[in-house]
Design a protein around this ligand. Structure first.
Ligand code: ATP
Ligand code: MG
Length: 451
């Protein structure tokens, strides 16, 4: 155990009895309660742990409930029919109730402990397998942040705080347990978790926990891209995407996850920044309204700057436009997927959203109707609207297409030229349209702005 961990271990165990904390069984899922009680009745220790305890103490509603116990995964399997064992790196039991999964983890031992059941494997300071069982005290010490290491016991309804998590919760700060450098080397994803949890909880990251980011950030390139994909979904698609994005950038970690995005933003691509931030804000609002969101749209936003610039460079060099767009998409996705493994079903949609963008500029009868009928039209059009910040012309184009969708087929057809490529500003879908009215009204304001 390193000296910092020993210091954390020195924290006297603080037991906060039921009447002195706010966690009520009313706010714990029925499934989690069943698991806790069943384990307890079978003679095992059973605690609610981690993010659920933290969020309940903060008055929030946890989306998942994790249980820690001294029962081994095999013991758990024997107790629950609806149980499956998962994981190699971390062996865990999943107890399944309909769509809800309760993750049951056996207490793990600390790094230098030898023996015990199971095994631990460390390569270059990185934990690649961690299945050494231990005591609850040891289990607390190998968790990431102090606020994540509190245990709610089902036998006495008390909260056990082994490392000063309660104090940090009150101070709204994220502090790592143990020596930050060692903990990040063991698992670089902890750096991303710091940024994500700071954004989600509106906590600050203690300077000792943020200081190693610059030096150790590059270790993220050694993390399995599939794990980074999961982590990126938790960052951007759980209702606090905008804050996560800003925090990731502020922490200097964006470049290790989305290098192309970080490069474009560093070049001062403010239109891209606006596009991403507006997109994330919309996504957060949709999630809080209970609407569906797709990772494809979000990743398409993040990578747009580089795809657009590459496609433009190649078309000005004389490449065929379709070819330039598809090669730009392939190029950017190939680099990105080495970091964050975006599944194929999403990259296909991303390529479609991107490649439809230049097609919005072709205001010609056949092409307009073909685009309107495209299965990905809606997503591509929403994307176009978000691009308004790129130029006034794109803004106008967005308005034109918004209006075109409202028109009856015949009216639109009559307003469209049969041939040639036109820019949207030349075409008037119908006299006195909303788009035109808006344009007229805006003029005086624009003039006064220039004088
Ligand atoms: P949320 O569920 O809100 O995203 P969380 O803290 O619950 O946040 P989980 O991934 O559900 O995150 O993990 C549950 C708990 O497991 C954490 O609270 C922490 O105690 C522990 N944990 C998770 N990931 C790590 C890690 N990389 N290193 C050490 N402990 C971890
Ligand atoms: Mg959790």
């Amino acid at each position: 155990m390193n000296s910092k961990a020993r210091n954390d271990a020195k924290h006297a165990l603080r037991i906060i009895p039921r009447e002195q904390h706010t966690i009520s069984r009313k706010n714990i899922s029925k499934a989690a309660l069943r698991v806790l009680y069943r384990l307890n009745e079978a003679g095992y220790d059973a605690y609610l742990v981690g993010g659920a305890v933290r969020d309940l103490l903060l008055g929030g509603h946890p989306k998942d409930f994790d249980v820690a116990t001294n029962a081994t995964p095999d013991d758990v399997k024997k107790l629950f029919r609806n149980c499956r064992l998962i994981g190699r790196r971390f062996r865990l039991a999943h107890v399944v109730y309909g769509s809800e999964i309760i993750e049951v983890a056996t207490f793990r031992g600390t790094s230098e402990e030898e023996g015990g059941e199971g095994d631990r494997h460390i390569v270059d300071g990185r934990i690649v397998r961690d299945n050494v069982w231990g005591t609850i005290e040891e289990d607390a010490l190998r968790r990431d942040f102090r606020v994540n290491a509190m245990y709610y016991g089902i036998d006495d309804f008390a909260v056990r705080d082994y490392v000063g998590g309660m104090q940090d919760l009150q101070d709204r700060v994220l502090r790592l347990i143990g020596d930050p450098t060692t903990r990040y080397r063991e698992d670089p994803v902890r750096m991303l978790r710091a940024a994500r949890l700071a954004a989600k909880l509106d906590f600050r990251i203690d300077s000792s926990a943020s200081a190693p980011f610059a030096e150790l950030g590059p270790l993220l390139s050694g993390v399995a891209p599939a794990r980074l994909f999961d982590e990126s979904l938790k960052m951007f698609l759980t209702g606090h995407g905008l804050k996560s994005f800003r925090m990731l950038e502020q922490c200097g970690l964006l470049k290790f996850m989305f290098p192309a995005t970080a490069r474009a933003l560093k070049r001062g691509d403010n239109a891209l920044r606006e596009l991403i931030e507006n997109g994330l804000e919309n996504t957060d609002a949709r999630i809080s309204d209970g609407k569906s969101v797709t990772p494809a749209f979000l990743f398409a936003l993040l990578l747009w700057g580089e795809v657009r610039d590459l496609a433009h460079t190649w078309t000005t060099q004389g490449k065929d436009a379709n070819e330039a767009w598809s090669r730009a998409a392939m190029h950017v996705l190939a680099e990105q997927c080495q970091r964050v493994a975006i599944p194929r079903r999403f990259t296909i949609t991303m390529e479609e959203i991107w490649s439809l963008q230049p097609r919005f500029e072709h205001i010609q009868r056949k092409k307009v109707f073909r685009l309107l009928a495209h299965p990905r039209f809606r997503a591509a059009f929403d994307f176009l609207l978000l691009r308004s910040a790129e130029s006034p012309a794109i803004g106008e184009l967005g308005q034109w297409w918004a209006h075109a969708q409202q028109l009856p087929h015949e009216t639109l057809a009559a307003a469209l030229p049969l041939q040639g490529t036109h820019i949207a500003g030349d075409i008037e879908p119908a006299r006195g349209t909303a788009a035109r009215k808006r344009k007229r009204r805006r003029k005086p304001a624009g003039k006064s702005g220039t004088t």
